[in-house]
Write a protein that binds this ligand. Structure first.
Ligand code: A2H
Length: 253
């Protein structure tokens, strides 16, 4: 972990329809009149227009934590403890867990994706999601994240192996940010560096660094309310907008 605190934006992806295994695991544990959200932590809130799915680690353990009377968050226990001390939950101190759920049981759940051109997306598996970072939930933006592009391509190719429906991994990838090189920077870099799968960790690390630098310092928004503005300028504005609309909150660690 770094020395400086990482300022994440945690999104609220509202569950629209649980996967059958998740519905079974949660039966009777969450009040009927409340909303449940998967809460991915991101450093790139300005890319949220490009969400195509939401990743969880299939072998990770998650909890459904009570944020308020009407709202529950699906995150790791570790993130819940941090949130409980950051004033994110109604009650400070020890987080209240309504249920336990395994990542693999969440696969196939349908969620709302704030700002995305795809208003509803599926929860899909990604083995490289770390339990020790963020919330253990990662929203997928393949236009601008090489990791996300490599994983969604893999899922579409091997849908049966991963136990998902192919069409869940085949949503259109729209250009979100224009850079001097491309308006689909992550797919461009994945092809250029000949990355064949999410297991090509070394090349993916390189692609990630290149994408982050070029996207952040030379990128211009192609879509949304801040279209035409530099990414550096638009990023805090999109973040504020999401927070104001109750679709995200600040989370740090
Ligand atoms: B980012 P840092 Cl478009 N395990 O969001 C693995 N990766 C995780 C994670 C976890 N537990 N929690 C968050 N992340 C990802 C968007 C994005 C991200 C784009 C481009 C680059 C990028 C859409 N995915 O991150 O180690 C999340 O993916 C590249 C750095 O704390 C989060 O931001 O610096 C980022 O890693 C946080 O990484």
């Amino acid at each position: 972990e770094g020395v400086l605190p990482q300022e994440y934006t945690a999104l609220k992806l509202k569950v629209v329809e649980w996967a059958p295994q998740a519905a079974e695991a949660l039966k009777g544990k969450i009040p009927e009149d409340s909303s449940v959200y998967l809460c991915p932590a991101t450093l790139r809130p300005e890319t949220m227009y490009g969400q195509v799915c939401c990743f969880v680690g299939p072998s990770l353990s998650y909890g459904v934590f009570r944020a308020s009377d009407k709202e529950y968050f699906v995150i790791t226990e570790r993130a819940a403890r941090n949130m409980a001390y950051q004033g994110i939950f109604e009650k400070e101190g020890v987080p209240e867990k309504a249920a336990d759920i395994k990542g693999s049981d969440l696969i196939g759940t349908l969620v709302n994706a704030p700002l995305s051109f795809h208003p509803q997306v599926r929860v899909l598996p990604m083995d490289t999601v770390l339990a020790t970072k963020g919330t253990g939930v990662v929203t997928s933006v393949p236009s601008d994240s090489p990791d996300d592009y490599a994983m969604i391509t893999e899922l579409a190719k091997k849908a049966d192996f991963y136990g998902i429906k192919k069409e869940w991994a085949e949503l259109e990838i729209f250009p979100i940010i224009q850079t001097p090189t491309s308006d689909l920077l992550a797919p461009h870099l994945v092809k250029k560096l000949k990355i064949a799968s999410p297991k090509d960790a070394k090349q993916l690390q390189e692609a990630k660094e290149l994408a982050y630098k070029e996207g952040f310092y030379q990128g211009v928004m192609k879509v949304g309310d801040f279209k035409g503005e530099k990414v550096e300028v638009a990023k805090p504005k999109v973040r504020e907008q999401l927070i104001k609309q109750g679709e995200a909150f600040a989370y740090s660690e």
